[in-house]
Design a binder for this molecule. Structure first.
Ligand code: HEM
Length: 148
C-alpha cells in the first residue's frame, strides 16, 4: 500500500515523523515562552528579548515544521489510501486541526503580548501548556494502535 509515492513512501513517512518531533518540540517550548514573556511585561528590556525569542522559534522551527508535517502527512495518507474507511485517520485529523488551531492561538497571543496586552492570567496559560502533550498522547495512540 504505497501508491504514487512508491519506494519513497517510507522516506516521506520518516520525514513526517522527524518534523512531527520538531513541531512538537516547538509547541512544548512556545507556550512556556508566553508565560515568561507575560511575567516580564513590566520590564521592557526583558519583554523585548522574549519578543525576539518567540519570533526566532516561530520562523526557524514552528512555521516550517507545521507546513512539512501537513504536506508529508497528507502525501502519505493519499498515497497509502488511508482515507478510505480508516476511522483512526479521521479522528487523528480532527486532533491535528485542533492542534494547528492551538498553534495559531499561541502565535496570536504572542503578538498580543508584543503590544503589551494580556488576556489570560498566567495560571490559565500554564494549563493551556498541557494541550500539546495531551494531543500527542492521543495522536500517537491513534496512528500506532489504529483502534478503529
Ligand atoms: C497534518 C496532518 C497529518 C496527517 C494527514 C497524517 C497522516 C499520517 C499517515 C497516513 C501516517 C502513516 C500511517 C502508517 O503508515 O501506518 C502517519 C504516520 C505517523 N504520524 Fe501523522 N499525520 C499528520 C500529522 C501528525 C501529527 C501532528 C503527529 C503527532 C503529533 C503525527 C504522528 C505520526 C506518527 C508518530 C506516525 C508514524 C506511525 C507509524 O509508523 O506507525 N502525525 N501520519
Amino acid at each position: 500500500m504505497t501508491g504514487f509515492l512508491g519506494g519513497l513512501y517510507l522516506w516521506v513517512k520518516a520525514l513526517h515523523v522527524i518534523f512531527v518531533i520538531f513541531w512538537m518540540a516547538g509547541l512544548f517550548l512556545f507556550p512556556r515562552y508566553l508565560i515568561h514573556h507575560q511575567e516580564a511585561l513590566d520590564r521592557p528590556d526583558e519583554a523585548a528579548a522574549w519578543v525576539a525569542r518567540e519570533a526566532k522559534l516561530r520562523s526557524i522551527i514552528l512555521t516550517p515544521s507545521l507546513i512539512i508535517v501537513w504536506l508529508s502527512g497528507l502525501a502519505i495518507a493519499l498515497s497509502g489510501g488511508w482515507f478510505a474507511g480508516q476511522g483512526w485517520l479521521h479522528a487523528k485529523l480532527l486532533l491535528v486541526v485542533l492542534l494547528t488551531g492551538f498553534h495559531g492561538w499561541a502565535v496570536a497571543y504572542s503578538k498580543k503580548l508584543a503590544r503589551g496586552e494580556t488576556r489570560f492570567p498566567t495560571r490559565t496559560l500554564r494549563m493551556l501548556n498541557e494541550v500539546p502533550g495531551l494531543a500527542v498522547v492521543l495522536i500517537v495512540i491513534l496512528v500506532v494502535v489504529k483502534p478503529f
